[in-house]
Each structure stands twice: as C-alpha cells, then as structure tokens.
Design a protein around this ligand. Sequence first.
Ligand code: LMR
Ligand code: MN
Length: 430
Amino acid sequence: KDSITNTFDYPLRNLLDKADDLLEKEELSAALDQYDSILSKHPSSPRALHGKALVLDRQAEQQQSNTLLEQSIATMEKVLDGKDVPDDLLIMAGKKLAQRQSFRGWNGKAIKTWKFLTEKFPTRLDLKNQLGVSYLVIGKNDEAKEIFKQVLTTDSSNGFAKVHIGFIIKTHDNDASKAIPYLREGVDSGAEGTNDGRFYFHLGDAYQRTNQTSLAHKVYEDGAQKGLFLSKFQRSLYNIDSLTGRPWWTAEQTGYQKYLQILEDNWQLIRDEGMKQLDTKTGSFVPEEENLREKGDWKQFTLYARGKKVEKNCARVPKVCDLIDKIPDAKGCTRGQVKYSVMHPGVHVWPHCGPTNCRIRAHLGLKVPPGPKIRVAEETRQWKEGKIIIFDDSFEHEVWHDGKELRMVLIVDFWHPELTQRQKQTLSPI
Ligand code: LMR
Ligand code: MN
C-alpha cells in the first residue's frame, strides 16, 4: 500500500489498513465507522476519504440510493482536491469518480474528471481513451474522434482508439470504406475493450456495404464464435439468452394465431385507412431514418413505439389502432413497434439486424405488386395481399423492390412468446 500512502497518511497507516480490511470483508458499517473516526482527527486524509467514498458507493448500490451515491461522489471529489495525493491513489479515485458520475447521469462532470486526469497524467493513454469514450456517450463525436486521434499520434498501434475512431466514422460520418481499416486493425489488436459486439457488427456491415461479402461473413462467424453474437446471422445486441431463435416463424410457432387472424380478417380495412394517409399527403409517413437504405424511397407511419400509442397518428387510423388495442403482446411490446411501411420501386435495404431478440415481427401484406422480396438469413420470401409473414428481425434481413408500383405492409411486433410476464414488464424499452 506504500504507493497510495503519502507522508501525511503514513503515521495512520495501521488504522487505514484496518479500515480497508473491513471494507474488503464487506463489513461496511464497521469500515465506515473506522474511516469516520480517522477523518474526525484528520479530515483531509486522502486514503480515509477514498475508503469512505468506496463504502458509501457499496451502500448506495445495495440500497439503490442516489443520496448515498451522491455522498460517495462528493467524498471522492475531496480526494482529487487534496494536496500531495500519491499518483496511484489519485488515478484510482479519479477513475472511480468518473465512472460513478456517469452512472449518476452526470456526464458533463465525468468529462471534467477525465480531463483533470489526462492533464495531470498526459502520458497515460488509457485515461485519454476514457475521455474519448465520455465524449462519445453524450454524442460529442467530433471531440471524441479528436481525442482518439491524439492517442494514435502517440501510439499508432492503440487498438482501443482505433475501434472507436472506426465506430465514429462508420456510424456518424457514414463512411464505410474509411472505417474499415480502423475497425479491422482495432479488433485484430485484441486490446482490452475491443472485443465488443458493436465493433464486429459495424466492421461486418462496412464490408457488406462495400460489397466485400465474404469478409463480412468471416467477421460475423468470428463474432459468433467469440459469443458476441447469438449466431452469425442473429446479431442483435440486446438479448435474452436461450429464447428460441429462427429466421422465419409460422403462426402456430408463435402461439398468436388468434391475433394474427384478427389482422388478416381486417386486412382491407387496414389497407384502406393506410392508403388514405398516403393519398392526403398530410405528412403522416416519414422517410426511414436509420440509414438502412442503399437507395430508393421507403417511408413509415408509426402507430405504436416502445409499447406506447402514438396518439396523433392513431387519430388518423382509429379503426386500426382499435384492432391493435385488442392484441396485448403487440400493443404492450416495449421492444417493438406497429407501423405501416411503404416502399417504392427501386428500393434496396442493406442487410441488417434489429436490436433485440425479444420480439417477433409480423408483416401483413396490404398492397403487393410483383417485384418486392425479403431475405431473412438464407431464405427469401414475398408478400401476399391479406396474408401475414412472420420473421425474427434480429436475424439478418435484406429487402429489394424491383417492381413497378408501391408496396405497403403493416408491421406488427409481438413479444417473443417465450418471455415471461415479468420480463415483458421489466425489460428496458428499445
Ligand atoms: C425491415 O424491417 O427492415 C423491412 O422488412 C421493412 C419493410 O418494410 O419491409
Ligand atoms: Mn429491418
């Protein structure tokens, strides 16, 4: 413990060690008493402040208490403000402080903490990388990229900085070919923090969008082997383990036959209300915004998202929303949507995967000319008017519309039938 004990703490080291032991043994209130008793005589002891902050943090976690978390943060801040604090202790305290500030949602404060550390220890590239990540978290992509570039200027083989620059170029600048070398070299470095599904996801996608399909498949197989994906085709990143995964589903397999029947029985009504929205040019339909298209005109009109009714849109198609209201596992699916999807001839949707394996996606064909088709994993199908097709959109899928007229479907997401009631109620919305 020498490296975290300054001359001020040195005479107190036995007392401090004893408090640390109690903390290690999870005897939290005894540890807190011990730190407090040291602090009553030596209020600026850096090790006692650090230890006390750690105890409060453990208690905050156990009691799920923001008040305790904030006390922990305030105590840890005092360590950073202290005089003559040993480097090792300062770094330990600073890292913990920044992590807890982010966890509390105080991202601006976390950035300040990482900045403080990077200015104090300019050669520590791991701290700089964390500063970059903290910018990324709040969407300051350019600032983040600049920090990661600085890391690469000092250490041109830093894999952590590379994957993050590649990620920003791919997702923010939307430049697949420029992102590839960064992502490739970054994941190949094996550096800590690079073995992450997001980087494999976007590296594969960048290959697919630059027509390097076999390289993409290698990345996906590799990611699946490493356990970052459920399988090479099923690449959602918000998953519940052990749910049955298959690209295409039959109505019987879902157990939702009764509800699917309601939709098919009413397909003309659903078509007519949707078509009216298209005709009035009222702006109900909005272009797809997730950057999934290579080309073409693809618009959607959303009725439910994350388990919530979009009231102003439902007001335009009230009968359809009345029907959906009769389907608990669609209406209440907080990890899905209900929406019309209109595709015009000429569309190509890049191969892509939905974010979660917790939903099953039904498409009800409403306007189906010859031409459009959808591939899910290795099997391609077509829509039929008045008929439902069902797939799991966490599996890779790709859509083409080579026909001559618009295609309209109603997309209805259902909870995966194997989820428990409790999971449906508590899973975070997507
Ligand atoms: C998708 O979910 O990516 C597509 O299937 C949507 C659509 O309109 O076909
Ligand atoms: Mn999709």
